[in-house]
Design a protein around this ligand. Structure first.
Ligand code: IMP
Ligand code: MG
Length: 172
């Protein structure tokens, strides 16, 4: 491990928390079907692990959004690849790696709400409340994190470190 990378949440703790989230979501959506929409690339690891822990029927969708360059948000949220399948009348769960300024998720949620789903909720592995710029909350949060740059479990620094099985803090 390099000097600028340290473990913040160990792998088994992350996995245990994801299992809990899956159980909670399964209870909340009992008797329903869930459309899980994963925001690539960061949420890919989390969304797949979470979906495996959800016991109600799950449809999986993947969209691409970009707003980051290095360690700072560009504040310019772009949806590069949209939804292939319609979401009208569906219970949608947007799955994202982290809610930071909130710009990405507020934009994505707004876009989805315009497509007449039955409901839209948000699930994020991490929440960094210190940096919020817009008034939006994640309905399901794995862990709250301090104002540090996080990598691992899907989160990257210039496209690296996504494959770490734990959540780490990176100091560039
Ligand atoms: P927001 O629009 O500022 O809420 O940022 C959301 C996106 O920024 C996430 O999807 C991440 O890709 C990225 N991001 C925010 N904080 C971090 C971090 O600490 N490490 C890696 N990526 C981050
Ligand atoms: Mg992201």
């Amino acid at each position: 491990m390099s000097d600028n990378l340290r473990v913040f949440i160990e792998e088994d703790k992350v996995n245990a928390r994801i299992k809990e989230l899956g159980e909670q979501i399964s209870k909340d959506y009992a008797g329903k079907k869930l459309d899980v929409i994963c925001i690539l690339r960061g949420a890919s690891f989390f969304a797949c692990e979470l979906a495996k822990r959800i016991t109600v029927p799950v449809e999986m969708n993947f969209i691409t959004v970009s707003s980051y360059d290095g360690t700072t948000s560009t504040g310019n949220v772009k949806i590069k690849n949209g939804l292939d399948d319609p979401i009208d009348g569906k219970d949608v769960l947007i799955v994202e790696d982290i809610i930071d300024t909130g710009n990405t998720l507020s934009r994505v949620k707004e876009l989805f709400l315009a497509k007449n789903p039955k409901s839209v909720k948000i699930c994020t592995l991490l929440d960094k409340p210190a940096r919020r710029q817009v008034d939006i909350q994640s309905d399901y949060v794995g862990f709250k994190v301090p104002d540090e740059f996080i990598v691992g479990y899907g989160l990257d620094y210039n496209q690296l470190y996504r494959n770490l099985p734990y959540i780490g803090i990176f100091t560039p």
